[in-house]
Design a protein around this ligand. Structure first.
Ligand SMILES: *Cc1c(COP(=O)(O)O)cnc(C)c1O
Length: 411
């Protein structure tokens, strides 16, 4: 039997990983085990160089001409197409411009306007707060009702009053994953549209939204897509809906002829009508450079590596800390994203003690210690070392130290 407690096993697993060369594409601080890429992805080495070039040459030297000479004006679409390719979506179906929250608002309203006469939006009760807050406001604005679905059985909330179901594909707190095809089919069966939030999916877990026949999707780019703090989110609209959508933030950049400065709004055909105002060029350039780390990565390798890392973490926690934590994340591969969440009464102190040991995970209220495994730069050796520190934290009850035990700040 393999000796689970041996670090050599981690090194063997890393040596056999198809993605082992990818970590070098990131700039990671030495001596840190970074398991928080599901909150803020690590820095790809290509980003600083790209940003300084855009700032010095495109902005500093070429000034306003760069809208054309550097094709700044085409950047949201070009970057959108790269995200689309990574996610297996058709060209011209993804737009990148605003925060996740704003993107949710725009797509939710656009979706509901495609289903006039229906008055319910479904959100699941475990959702990330902003998704629920946005849905509540959209419901209020459009004179609709917000219906909370059980995260285990969202389909039970679907009926012929539902215009839109908006669910998070991978749950931010538990790491549980929905069967996108089955849930989308259930929404369509009652005539509702389906919007997937891919914040904890994109860049970590392949999902086939074309096969699932999903209508809309939104997702972060600063988590597993590593584009930096506050980088703009992406929006996907199935090609069949693109020319019919009426999004609420009808700014001039989504106009058919923005530079004709017409008084009446006429949306451009296609995905570009999701634009509102001037695109964030620096942030989009960072995203463009960050996406290079995925060039040539087989999605199957991404998934296999993610599962190998999370399996190994769960195994080590089971063997070395039996009965100490409840593993909240599903053990079933079909239902697991790329993170592992451990429940413990002292989860906050545990996470703080780990951070002091330079093992960075995060805490999610009320009692979850959350660890994200970004398959491109987290190694099995990282997993081994993280659990080693976790064992020390638990054995010495470090989480009880006054400087760790009080929760005074949400990280
Ligand atoms: C991270 C995350 C967000 C973040 O929204 P922002 O507008 O980017 O702050 C929204 N929804 C989900 C599900 C997330 O995981």
């Amino acid at each position: 039997m393999t000796d689970l407690s041996a670090r050599s096993r981690a090194l063997e697993l890393d040596a056999g990983s198809p993605l082992r060369e990818r970590r070098d594409l990131f700039s990671l601080p030495a001596g840190t085990v970074y398991l928080d890429g599901n909150s803020l992805g690590a820095l790809p080495r290509a980003v600083p160089e790209r940003i300084s070039r855009v700032v010095a040459e495109e902005w500093g030297r070429d000034l306003i001409a760069s809208w054309n000479t550097a094709d700044w004006i085409g950047l949201p679409r070009r970057v959108g197409d790269r995200v689309a390719e990574l996610l297996g979506l058709p060209e011209g179906s993804v737009w990148v411009s605003d925060s996740t929250s704003v993107s949710l608002f725009k797509t939710m309203v656009a979706a509901c306007r495609l289903r006039p006469g229906r008055d319910v939006i479904v959100v699941e009760s475990g959702t990330f707060p902003t998704d629920g807050y946005m849905a509540a406001s959209v419901a209020r604005m459009l004179d609709m009702e917000l219906r909370w679905a059980d995260s285990g059985q969202p389909e039970e909330a679907f009926d012929d009053r539902v215009a839109l179901a908006c669910l998070t594909h991978v749950d931010f707190r538990t790491g549980a994953m929905f069967d996108a095809a089955a849930v989308t089919a259930a929404a369509h069966a009652v005539g509702a549209l389906m919007l997937w939030d891919l914040c904890h999916t994109a860049g970590a877990v392949p999902v086939d939204l074309v096969a699932a026949d999903a209508d809309f999707a939104v997702g972060c780019t600063y988590k597993y897509l590593n584009a930096g703090p506050g980088s703009p989110a992406f929006m996907y609209v199935a090609p069949r809906h693109q020319d019919a959508i009426d999004q609420p933030l009808s700014g001039w950049m989504g106009h058919a002829r923005p530079f004709d400065m017409e008084l009446a709004y006429e949306p451009v055909k296609g995905i570009g009508r999701l634009a509102s105002g001037t695109p964030p060029i620096l942030a989009l350039s960072a995203l463009d450079a960050a996406l290079d780390v995925f060039e040539g990565v087989d999605p199957a390798d991404l998934r296999a590596t993610s599962l190998s890392l999370t399996d190994y973490f769960i195994e080590l926690v089971d063997v070395r800390l039996p009965g100490v934590f409840e593993v909240v994340t599903p053990r079933d591969h079909e239902r697991r994203g790329s993170q592992v969440s451990l429940r413990h009464e002292q989860a906050y102190g545990v996470v703080q003690a780990l951070i002091a040991r330079r093992v960075v995970g995060d805490f999610r209220t009320p009692d979850v210690a959350r660890f994200g495994f970004a398959p491109l730069y987290v190694t099995h050796a990282d997993v081994y070392d993280a659990v080693d520190h976790l064992v020390a934290v638990m054995e010495d009850r470090e989480y009880e130290r006054p400087e760790y035990a009080t929760r005074n700040r949400v990280t």
